[in-house]
Design a protein around this ligand. Sequence first.
Ligand code: HSE
Length: 311
Amino acid sequence: MVSRVVVSSPSTIANLGPGFDVFGLALAEPVDIVEGRISKKRGIRVLNISGVGAEGISRDPKKNAVSIAASSAMELMGRDEGLEFTIKKGIKPGSGIGSSGAGAVAGAVIANELFDGGLPHTQLIEAAAEAEGKIAGSAHYDNVTPALVGGFTIITSIKPLEYVRLEPPRMKIVVAQPAMELPTKLGRQLVPKEVSLHDAVANVGKASAMVAALKSGDLKLFGRCMVDSIAEPVRIPLVPGFHDVKRAALKSGALGAALAGSGPSVFAIADVGSDAEEIAGAMRRAFKRAGVGCETVITTPGLGVRVVAKE
Ligand code: HSE
């Protein structure tokens, strides 16, 4: 019988410009490493959280994405054994690259592995999204789906849950994380409830072209279409220097740049042969000009959650 499972759960970028609540991309780095063990004591416990931003994450099992998702998955499997978690955060919470989504996916997958649940992907996504909803205020299928299955995902329906997974072409991705948090809850409150026909048409055109570009490997077209007329315009006033950061990335060779999820991180995509260090440096300097410190991560599209140990 399996008693211990360790998973590596990836960061993700949602929206990617015009795909608000629809597009998601798994990243190779950063990742969270989560360990789950079956315990003789009933109930779910979070024993320890370490790593980036760990001090801001609750160990209360009712307020932690990992434990809530595990509990939802166990409910689906009809299990109520004891479970203990240890979490190593590589993904900075509140930075817009799916920190709570990665935790939620880890929790659901660990429970499924430990109890041999055989839950299908859609149920694991539901369990993770429910947990994310409790932590972040709303469920983000566009973060949890790529965190589970990897690659580029398109949410086509929520009830019932349906998605399409595409294998993205090789590219470099630079994520610039300013030294500030932008709670997703706040980012969502800003998004208009109704949109103009003009903006809807603009987004559909760009999002459609991005999918075509993914299939043909046309990164220039993909990057050029990473422009959102709906959510990004109302969110960027909260991200100091956004326009300058985007401009700096494009001037240094990036093919496109946009807010990562609800922000405040800004990401840029570039050709595999490009100098990602130069793009990263330009983005850091632009944030500095706006008075904000910033860290950058250079990464690529990545796999979904992976079991790295099981015994
Ligand atoms: N689609 C969600 C939003 C993602 O933009 O609010 C949150 O990371």
